[in-house]
Ligand binder design. Structure first.
Ligand code: FES
Length: 116
């Protein structure tokens, strides 16, 4: 799946219009690729201490889609088993499962670029 997405974007960042407007403590999931074709990646953008962050929105515990927030103390809670993930490192607070993938992101005005 990852190779399909790399070829989809050719190693270049994907533009996410409006991502720069995300307010402090908010999170929003954006889908890249085609879910029906099985080559989608869902990225959760969040803003913590003014910084835009991007983390894989699929929980590394059992593969559930995490919701759109809120983000509290830099962490987001998975709705399935309530594990808390640090949006900067992807680590689960209790180290009960592996880390969520973190993506490089750069704000450009009201938009953002993300390397997936
Ligand atoms: S599926 Fe996310 S915490 Fe279990």
């Amino acid at each position: 799946m990852f190779k399909k997405l790399v070829s989809l974007f050719g190693g270049k960042p994907a533009l996410v219009t409006g991502a720069g407007k995300l307010e402090e403590g908010q999170a929003k999931v954006v889908t890249f690729g085609d879910v029906l074709a099985g080559n989608a990646i869902q990225v959760m953008f969040s803003r913590v201490n003014g910084e835009l962050r991007a983390m894989d929105a699929i929980c590394p515990h059992e593969g559930v889609l995490m919701n759109d927030g809120p983000v509290t103390d830099g962490r987001i809670v998975c709705p399935m088993h309530l594990y808390e993930f640090d949006t900067q490192t992807g680590r689960e607070q209790g180290a009960q499962c592996k880390k969520a993938k973190i993506f490089k992101v750069r704000e450009i005005g009201n938009d953002a670029e993300v390397w997936i």
